[in-house]
Design a protein around this ligand. Sequence first.
Ligand code: NVA
Length: 228
Amino acid sequence: PAVDVARNLERWVKCVVMRTYAHSTLLEFAEAAPRLHVVNALSDTEHPCQALADLQTVKEVWGEWAGRTITFIGDGNNVATSLAQGAVMLGTSFHIASPAGYELPSNVVEQAMQVARHGAEIRLFRDPIEAVKGSDAVYTDVWTSMGQEAEAAERKRAFDGYQVTAHMMRHARQGAAFMHCLPAHRNEEVATDVFESPASVVFDQAENRLHSQKALLLTLMANRASGA
Ligand code: NVA
């Protein structure tokens, strides 16, 4: 069982970076091995390491977080959840446009709003064009996440109309960044010309996974050294 793996690893290493499906596996792991730092490298419900890199990237582009808006187009699952949580903590508002049945969960919205700062808000939309209006960045993710492959055809139908296109980008603020956590499916959730446009910061996001995750490990280890 996962708890035995955790108790083994706790004897050998200081930190585990774990990519899993069920979020509960991470929680069980952390509970079974309290001396071990457990970093979520992606679960079915959250992707906080991606959000760290994304928020570093927008700071590089905008020079600030407060008062800005990121609009997410698509599935309100792991990537959207962590980005919503992180963005509002820094004062960046979060819009999301999703088809029926794929919205950001209401408990995520409620919890995120409890830690929102500088007047940041979360707004849920059905219409992607309405959602991107006034946005400083437009973000999307795959329509079928890992582990959902059996739902691919159904999801393709559900997300019809949610592709990020050049037409959609024109409704955002001038110069708005295009963002994606990668890997991307060109001409599915994003049109190739948007993905390849000068507004696209997807490879800056990818690079910042390295820097932000190094910073995360350093922070965790530093806290350990100081006995915190
Ligand atoms: N939502 C995607 C993110 C991949 C980085 C997935 O879970 O597969």
